[in-house]
Structure formats: C-alpha cells, structure tokens
Write a new protein. Structure first.
Length: 372
C-alpha cells in the first residue's frame, strides 16, 4: 500500500511531545495542530505508532479534509473519497464524531449524512444495494471545527492510553498518556530513582519504568487494524519484534511510591505486577509529611489531589504547603508536580523554575517544575 495520511489525537498540551515522538519513529511530514498531530507513512508506520506511541490517544487514517457548510457539500465530499480502499463488501463501518463552531452543528445529522455517502460510494464500487456489515470493523470518525471537516478511519480500537495494567484505578487517576508525558518532561527515563509520594494507582511509577526499560506500551495488545488486509500480519510481527528488540532489561533504575491510603499501595503493586515491572517498583503506606530527601538525589513526580470539590479544597491546599516544606531543593533532587490550583506557587512557597500548561482531560493544569 502507498503512503497513508495519518492522524494521532492527543491531550491538549502534548502536541509537541507527540510530534517529536512520531519523527523518531521515522514518520514523514509531521504537523501538529490543537489536540492532534498529522503525519504520513506506510503500513509499518501505522503499526509502529499504535504499538510504540506513549502519548497518542489513537491512530487514525485520514480519508479526507475539506470545508463544508451544507449537508449537500458534506455528502458529495464524503462520497468522493476512496472508501473501497479500506472497507470491504461485508465489513462494518459505523460513524461517530463531533462538531464545534460550525454551520453543521447537529452531530446525529452529520453521522447520518456521512453514513449515507459512504454507502452510496460502496454501492457503486461493489455493485450491490445491501451491506450486511458482519466483517471487520472500520470505525469511521469525523471532526468538524469551524466548518473544516476531517473524515478518518480509526485503526486502534480501544484508546491507546489503555495499556492493560490498570483495570482498577484509584480516585481521580492520571491518564496514562499524560503520565507518560510528565515522565518525558522530567527526563525520568535517565534518572536512577523516581519517587511519587502520592502514588494512587501507581501510574507515574509504572510509566517511568516503561520509559526506563524502553517498553513499548502497546507491544502486547491487539488493535482494530490487526486483521486489516491493508496492514499485513508480517508488518505487525516485524514491528512488534522491532519494539521488543529496543527494550533495555539491564537498567539501574528504581521507582518508589508511597500513599497514605493502604488500598492505593496494594493497587500500585498489583498494577506494577500486571505491567511486568514489579521488580523495579516498590511502594509503602506513608504520610506525605514524612517524605525525606537524602544525598542520593532523584526525580519526584506527583499528581496530588486538586480539590475540585469545595469540601476538598482545604485538604488540597494543605498538601501543597506540605510539599513546599518536604520537597527541598538541591542535592540532585528535582520535582515535577501537576496541579490545577491557580495559587499553587504561593502555597508551595516558591516559584517554579519552569511551568508547562497541560490538560488532565478537559481540566486546565500546570506542570510545575523545580530542578535548581
């Protein structure tokens, strides 16, 4: 198959990190937009991105991009696209998507029009009037922003943040893709020790271990496109082998977690076992105020409670003040804390050396970085 136009949606704030990751994967023409990154490559790049990306939410094949302010324009543009290149005579092709700030604001109507247009295209190509849709899944997705339509086919299935190790999460868990980005920004992959004194379900610790070991997060999972004829099985095997060969098993790295909640500790250890990084991850029940630094240095990653509910705000602010006391500068220590609290630095007691805007879901946060 010739080069594919591809798209990787991501959490807002991760576009640059994701773009650099795709370039390292040898993707071509990488271009970042708000909340997604476009790129090009053959079937091997589609497979590689699904298997190896730490920051993408999914990998999509771009079928077309165009302006549309009427249903007629939407229909004709969609019908002109080469759907038969992917969708077979008996395959499934449901439609879902979203629309913002556009003349075509009714999502159900857009779904119906796009479905009808694809059906009409396939009727002409396969010379049939009926599609039983019992075969492989080709999930059609669309986005409409300011009247610009992007029509895509999802190749991932379940979101790529679902690594398989976190069937049960703690309270207000950090999405795995965001945790991986924080690990990247903290250069934790190169650290000898990583700590999380509010470890919850252990996501930051496990993603740190993945990065240190070079484990591709999707190396053991199945994707919607795993059975597509457009991506030969030999390509999937080649890319899984490539990912496994890049792993580093002999590393000088340890991840330490603590939490005041005993259930969180049990969950962290269970998740680390599922992720096959238990040998690198340890955790114990402890209060944040008991956290102490030593002369060995290390990287502290932390996602403390934000206090989004009024009853929890005082508790969240108390934790920030405690962090300001126990997260002491110098001696090779650095601290990376994600928070949505607008007065974080004031409560912490000193300004961050650097800040970076990130989104935890739709919640605007800052990653406060202390490394001097």
């Amino acid at each position: 198959m010739n080069s594919l136009q591809l798209c990787a949606p991501c959490l807002f704030g991760l576009e640059g990190i994701l773009g650099n990751e795709l370039r390292r994967m040898d993707a071509d023409n990488v271009k970042a937009e708000n909340g997604r990154v476009f790129f090009e490559g053959g079937p091997e790049i589609l497979a590689r991105a699904n298997i190896c990306s730490r920051y993408a939410e999914r990998i999509q094949v771009v079928m077309g991009r165009f302006k549309a302010k009427s249903f007629e324009s939407l229909f004709e543009n969609v019908r002109s696209l080469p759907w038969e290149r992917f969708v077979g005579k008996s395959d499934r092709f449901p439609v879902k998507g979203w629309s913002l700030e556009s003349a075509l604001h009714s999502v159900p109507d857009c779904q119906s029009i796009i479905k009808k247009a694809v059906v009409e295209r396939l009727k002409e190509r396969y010379r049939t009037s009926w599609f039983d849709e019992t075969g492989l899944l080709y999930q059609i997705q669309f986005t409409i922003l300011k009247d610009e339509v992007t029509v895509l086919i999802d190749s991932s299935g379940a979101g790529l943040h679902k690594r398989g190790y976190r069937e049960i999460a703690g309270v207000a868990p950090l999405k795995e893709t965001l945790a991986a980005a924080i690990v990247d920004l903290a250069h934790a992959r190169k650290a000898r020790r990583v700590f999380d004194p509010c470890c919850g379900s252990g996501t930051l610790l496990i993603e740190s271990a993945f990065a240190a070991l070079g484990i591709a997060p999707g190396v053991n999972r199945k994707f919607s496109s795993s059975d597509w004829s457009q991506v030969p099985r030999a390509v999937w095997k080649q890319e899984r082998d490539r990912a496994r060969q890049a792993e580093r098993r002999d590393v000088n790295f340890s991840a330490f977690g603590s939490d005041i909640d005993k259930q969180a500790i049990d969950l962290t250890l269970e998740n680390a076992k599922k992720a096959d990084v238990a040998r690198l991850v340890s955790a114990k029940q402890a209060d944040l105020s008991d956290f102490k630094i030593d002369d060995g240095g290390g990287v502290v990653l932390c996602n403390p409670p934000y206090g989004e509910r009024l009853a929890d705000i005082n508790q969240a602010e108390r934790l920030i003040r405690i962090m300001g006391r126990v997260f002491k500068p110098g001696n090779g220590w650095s601290y990376y804390i994600i928070s949505s609290h607008e007065q974080f630095e004031k409560l912490f007691g000193r300004p961050a050396d650097k800040r970076r805007k990130l989104y935890n879901g739709m919640l605007k946060c800052q990653l406060y970085m202390y490394y001097r």
